[in-house]
Ligand binder design. Sequence first.
Ligand SMILES: [Zn+2]
Ligand SMILES: [Zn+2]
Length: 374
Amino acid sequence: MKLPQVPRAVRRDTPSVYPCEACGADLRFNPGETRMVCDHCGHMQDIPAITHRGESGLRELPLAPVLVQGLPETESIGQRHLSCPNCSAQIELGPDQQATECPFCATPIVAEAGGARQFAPQGVLPFTVTETEARAALTKWLKGRWFAPNGLAEFARKGRRMTGVYAPFWTFDARSRTRYSGQRGDYYYETRLVTVNENGQTVRREEQERRIRWTPVTGQVARDFDDVLVYAARSLPDDHVGRLHPWNLSRVAAYDGSFLAGFSAESYTVEIPEAHHQAQAKMLQVIQSDIRRDIGGDTQRLGAMDPQFHDETFKHILLPIWSAAYRFQGRSYRFIVNGQTGVVSGDRPWSVWKIALAALLAALVAGVLFYIAR
Ligand SMILES: [Zn+2]
Ligand SMILES: [Zn+2]
């Protein structure tokens, strides 16, 4: 699955982006380290940007002008990228890389989509989990899935390497103030007499019935949002990406191409206005729960709300994901591993005969219990 680097012998005559100081071969960013390594001679080289690590140094950009005029051309970079015909992933390539397969769905890629201008990322979260660790996490995850086909974990362990991909995200900050109206519901109980039939006899009995007393409420809530994350591509399903949470974004470093040496990066395909829309939807969910808390009582009815967002800013960042797609016994399986925490998210693997066996066992147990009960 590795997007293979072009061997030195057949390298085009383009200069290496990150040449080794000792021998001139291409350097590779080493997960978890603050240095790049040379696979050729073993030389280690410091990454200049790593010294001002930490999110505080990152620039948040004002959102309002971008929503009106679009992203500033001056901040964009040109790239070669490949387009996956199956899942629509756009894979960025460094000048020294070639891709043969999509890292997300294992579809062969031949056509190069050509250069396109993209808004440059402000930040990158460097890989801390190595490929070996990612594959170990995946193998363990598969073993913990009882319904997974026996051979799959074995196959995954022996199979091809996972691909390290920097996935594109937008993050949004905002301050919000929301006036609302609604109703606060408080429970109370009333006793009433009911007539029931017990063993063929009609009896009258007292029963407690829960009622709700509704009171109209108006109020205002305020909430500041920091780094609401939106995945900026469509090649991975949202729930897959969601299962990789949480990310420790305080480790995001100012963008430096060194972190990408030896890895692939996916280009964003979700533009700012759409991503902003998704971010506001996430913010509104938080605001709604704020309102419920503000209303109080046992239950609440939400009426009108008038959310006002201001001081909205955004960033474009890259987050590290190890990806593997396997075709095993005629089925496709896709797994991704958080390159910072090692958390695994994957397609639910299942084996037909294991499920059939489980169903058969359940039927047997039910049969035995029925026999005993008689
Ligand atoms: Zn070297
Ligand atoms: Zn694909």
